[in-house]
Design a protein around this ligand. Structure first.
Ligand code: FES
Ligand code: FE
Length: 345
């Protein structure tokens, strides 16, 4: 096992590489204006909107006596602490200490360092430290032929490493997805060649015959028992998987599966659908099928304890695991020298 893989098994979630990555923590519509408590990479945050409406993420720990700011209230773009009312603006500056009276000097150490925080694709993204990754590209978002459908941000009791391993894997379809599309899926997985896909994704393209009789018809737009799907599945580091589906009818259904590690064993999970169709079917009906598929993955993954072993010990891989093994190889490189570096308490 490489040194990096060893170190990565220590704690991937709190590594420097993860702390320098953009991670989605909430829906934009949930932060209106906040505050919202979130934990990402083991760091407790409070998320709210400042005076200009942009989201901000501050440590969820008041500089005065360390009360969680997420229990406070936002007024005029400032967050007031629930303990003694110290007030912080969107940049983390302490702008008021009520007990000192109006105009009193604020101690310089009262100010908080804001983390990096932006809205993109209907989600609020945070990078704990200076970001070294880009938010994954999604050209569909600027294409009027596509509509975007966001889904709730859920907490899964599963490591982000387990989740991406699952989302890069098709050999579980006939076993896990029997309640949705899996019953018609092939058990045998043809050899997979992993390579570059458009928009910086790495993965593979394939054809499948999917069951279309148990709710899939709403997604596929066809009313046959089975449908032919031309698909691709790929990842960008650290934790985004894109699945593209094109039906013979020309309809396109693109899903971004997004994970953010809360810690080494829990994750935020959400997915976004971009869809080129006639816009006729209501969004709720479109995502109902994908939500049911996600629930099947969640039920399986939450039975597997701990993070995915990042070295060669502890798991056995076969040819159908090539895509997730490739993700793992690149992720260990990505963790690099910063792997296992725990955040300061
Ligand atoms: Fe926040 Fe005192 S702990 S104002
Ligand atoms: Fe699955």
């Amino acid at each position: 096992m490489t040194e990096a893989a060893d170190a990565g098994n220590d704690s991937f979630a709190t590594s420097e590489a993860m702390r320098s990555s953009w991670l989605p923590v909430a829906r934009s519509s949930e932060v209106a204006p906040g505050p919202l408590a979130r934990t990402v990479c083991g760091v407790d945050l409070v998320v709210f909107r400042g005076a200009d409406g942009t989201p901000t993420a501050l440590p969820d720990r008041c500089s005065h006596r360390n009360a969680p700011l997420s229990g406070g209230e936002v007024a005029d773009g400032c967050l007031a602490c629930p303990y003694h009312g110290w007030s912080f603006d969107g940049g983390g500056r302490c702008v008021e200490v009520p007990s000192s009276g109006p105009g009193a000097t604020v101690p310089p150490k009262a100010h908080l360092d804001a983390h990096h925080c932006v809205d993109r694709y209907g989600l609020v993204w945070v990078s704990i430290d200076e970001p070294r990754t880009e938010i994954p590209p999604a050209p569909y978002d600027d294409d009027p032929a596509f509509r975007r459908i966001n889904t709730p941000v859920e907490v899964w009791e599963s490591a982000s490493t387990r989740m991406i391993d699952n989302f890069m894997d098709i050999s579980h379809f006939p076993w896990v997805h029997t309640g949705t599309f899996g019953s018609a899926a092939e058990r045998i997985v043809a050899p997979i060649e992993v390579g570059d896909l458009p928009d910086s994704f790495v993965g593979y393209a394939y054809d499948v015959t999917a069951d279309n009789s148990t709710g899939g018809a709403t997604t596929s737009g066809e009313d046959t028992d089975t449908v032919h799907r031309f698909m691709s599945t790929g990842f960008v580091l650290p934790f985004t998987v894109r699945s593209t589906i094109r039906y013979d009818s020309g309809l396109e259904h693109v899903i971004y599966l997004l994970m953010a590690p809360i810690d080494d064993e829990r994750s935020y999970f959400t997915f976004i659908v971009w869809r080129r169709d006639d816009f006729a079917t209501p969004a709720d009906e479109i995502i109902e099928f994908d939500l049911a598929i996600g629930a099947e993955d969640k039920a399986m993954l939450e039975r597997i304890p701990g993070p995915l072993p990042l070295g060669n010990a502890g798991v056995v891989s076969v040819q159908s695991d090539r895509p997730s093994v490739e993700w793992k190889r690149r992720f260990v490189e990505f963790l690099g020298a910063g792997a296992g570096t725990r955040a300061a308490p």
